[in-house]
Ligand binder design. Structure first.
Ligand SMILES: Nc1ncnc2c1ncn2[C@@H]1O[C@H](COP(=O)(O)OP(=O)(O)OP(=O)(O)O)[C@@H](O)[C@H]1O
Length: 303
């Protein structure tokens, strides 16, 4: 049974079709990146998955349940990070998570949750004084409560600095190792390809394509070079990277790792390997097309 199965799901607001006949399957254990520019229909889709918005037509199954018919069954099994809201300024992260754990009937250790997302120091400070990134880390911790089978995250990278993005990637890896399925939206392709197996491209309410993430890079990108900013690059990094069969050339210069891969399709795998090995990647500068260019190419190819 797929974890998410949407068939011709459509959402209309008057004359506006926010989501146009979405058909999509996500299988158990997958990490699926849902990409698209502003207004593409990503939040609408996620809100329908979470029963925060009702679809106009089509059928939907989340872990075998229709969220409209069995919202509680879905809520019990899904860790959600909706687009906004849900945090009270006077609460502390501890209050907030204690409430979330109680509501979920779970028994998570609050300190451990806060530690995982790197805000244990701020456990007892009011959320009102938090930065956007700290709030986002707390919202991620909230989604983890109860060890959900499925994580549905709307723009989880929003407001995160490079260190926050690294915490996010590590957390997603841990969740997947536990067996969770992950579905998350983003408009930052470079980040998405570090943590997902498949991507879906939304544009104008329509799902233009779904593809294996490396295949997607291969199709979109013709340039084998890329640059990565690395915090405190370990000694011998260039040599370590050059050892890979996928890498033709690597040099490190003032915190910047310049890479030429054997082919553009190798770029995502190389960066992923570095990230997983603990190299602190602060930023990616692929010389390939931006996501916007990739969207346009995809949209044009569809015509
Ligand atoms: N409540 C609403 N009433 C009317 N139109 C809406 C409503 N919610 C969304 N829309 C419209 O539906 C379309 C899709 O919006 P949606 O928020 O799903 O996009 P998105 O891909 O999540 O974009 P963003 O990255 O900006 O959040 C947009 O044209 C938006 O204006």
């Amino acid at each position: 049974m797929p974890v998410i199965e949407a068939k011709s799901v459509t959402k209309r607001y008057g004359d506006i079709t926010a989501l146009d006949s979405l058909t999509l399957r996500v299988e158990r254990g997958e990490s699926f990146g849902f990409l698209g520019p502003n207004g593409a229909g990503k939040s609408t889709t996620i809100n329908i998955f979470l029963d925060l918005v009702r679809r106009s037509s089509g059928s939907l199954s989340i872990l075998g349940y229709d969220p409209e018919e069995n919202p509680l069954e879905v809520r019990k099994r899904v860790g959600a990070l909706p687009e906004a809201g849900g945090l009270y300024p006077r609460d502390t992260p501890r209050d907030h998570l204690q409430f979330a754990v109680r509501m979920n009937g779970a028994d998570d250790d609050i300190d451990e949750l806060l530690d995982r997302v790197g805000i244990a120091d701020a456990a007892d400070r009011p959320i009102g004084g938090f930065s956007k990134g700290m709030r986002q880390r707390l919202r991620l911790a909230t989604a983890l409560v109860g060890q959900p089978e499925l994580l549905i995250l709307d723009e989880p990278l929003g407001g995160l600095d490079p260190a926050g993005a690294r915490v996010f990637r590590k957390t997603i890896r841990e969740e997947r190792a536990r067996g969770a399925t992950v579905f998350f939206s983003s408009h930052i392709m470079d980040q998405v390809e570090l943590i997902c197996d498949r991507v879906g491209i939304m544009h104008g309410g329509r799902l233009l394509l779904t593809d294996d993430v490396h295949e997607f890079r291969r199709r979109m990108d013709t340039v084998p070079q890329m640059k990565l900013s690395v915090e405190d690059p370990p000694k011998g990094l260039a040599e370590q990277v050059s050892d890979s069969d996928r890498v033709a050339q690597a040099t490190v210069d003032d915190g910047m790792l310049h890479l030429t891969c054997r082919s553009p399709a190798d770029k995502s795998a190389v960066v992923r390997q570095l990230d997983e090995s603990g190299v602190a990647i602060a930023d990616l500068h692929s010389r390939g097309p931006s996501l916007e260019q990739a969207f346009l190419r995809t949209a044009e190819a569809e015509r």
